[in-house]
Design a protein around this ligand. Structure first.
Ligand SMILES: Cc1cc2nc3c(=O)[nH]c(=O)nc-3n(C[C@H](O)[C@H](O)[C@H](O)COP(=O)(O)O)c2cc1C
Length: 228
């Protein structure tokens, strides 16, 4: 039996992403969990931001932003970017985030994040506590390391970070199946499983240091502000 709770934002897990705005020189970065996909064609997303955030005006004025997907080993930096405001310090500097230019928007993407989505705002909606920036995904960048030899993108290799009701969790410890596996013919299932075993073997062999990872000057000091 389930316990009845008061209405709340109980939809988890969510990604904890790093939203960047501004331009290469004057940039902003904040953590957001209120994000998701809302349409396939055209590809559309949203991010909901409280008007009091430093990032808010910058994103609103520019009408564009970048969603940078994060990995479990970045959890501390993600938390920090979600606890300290850009009004107080340059979080790129503190956290050692390397800026990379985008193609269609002026905002930078973060080199350490394996996937970055360039977004152009199509609609802004004040919902109450947050304003939702509905946006079209106009370009996607994915780390070379995520592609297999057939040029297939394997996001399960990324080691993404999930946000679970106030807790950070690593994603993808063990693969359960893939889209359509419940209705897949046994022969195809076996072939896919063999492919996946081969991939994980290759992955464990090629584990090395990330050359893109800049030394962080992050001290881990905490100045908590409201979380969502
Ligand atoms: C895991 C996590 C998720 C967050 N999600 C959101 C969110 O979706 N929207 C929002 O407005 N703030 C969110 N925050 C809070 C902001 O990231 C935080 O207030 C940040 O300091 C804002 O930075 P800025 O003032 O430099 O823009 C989140 C914080 C954390 C730690």
């Amino acid at each position: 039996m389930k316990r009845k709770l008061k209405p709340g934002t109980m939809l988890y897990p969510l990604p904890a992403v790093l939203v960047t705005g501004g331009d290469m020189e004057h940039s902003t970065v904040m953590t957001a969990a209120w994000t998701g996909i809302v349409n396939s064609d055209p590809p559309m997303t949203y991010v909901s931001i409280r008007p009091e955030r430093y990032s808010y005006d910058i994103i609103k004025d520019a009408g564009e932003f970048v969603i940078n997907l994060t990995t479990a080993d970045m959890a501390k930096e993600v938390d920090y970017a979600g606890c300290v405001s850009g009004r107080k310090e340059d979080k790129f500097e503190t956290l050692g985030f390397v800026k990379e230019p985008c193609e269609a928007v002026k905002a930078p993407m973060i080199a350490q994040c394996p996937v970055s989505l360039e977004c152009r705002v199509t609609e802004t909606k004040d919902l109450g506590s947050h304003t939702m920036f509905l946006a079209e995904i106009v370009c996607v960048h994915a780390d070379e390391k995520l592609f297999d030899k057939n040029d297939r993108i394997c996001l399960e290799k990324a080691g993404f970070l999930a946000y679970l009701h106030g807790t950070y969790m690593p994603l993808g410890s063990k693969k359960i199946g893939s889209f359509g596996y419940s209705v897949m013919k046994p022969k195809t299932q076996k072939k896919k499983a063999a492919e996946s075993r081969k991939m994980s073997l290759m992955k464990s062999k090629s584990k090395g240091k990330d050359p893109k990872k800049k030394e962080s000057v992050f001290t881990g000091k905490s100045r908590l502000v409201s979380k969502d």
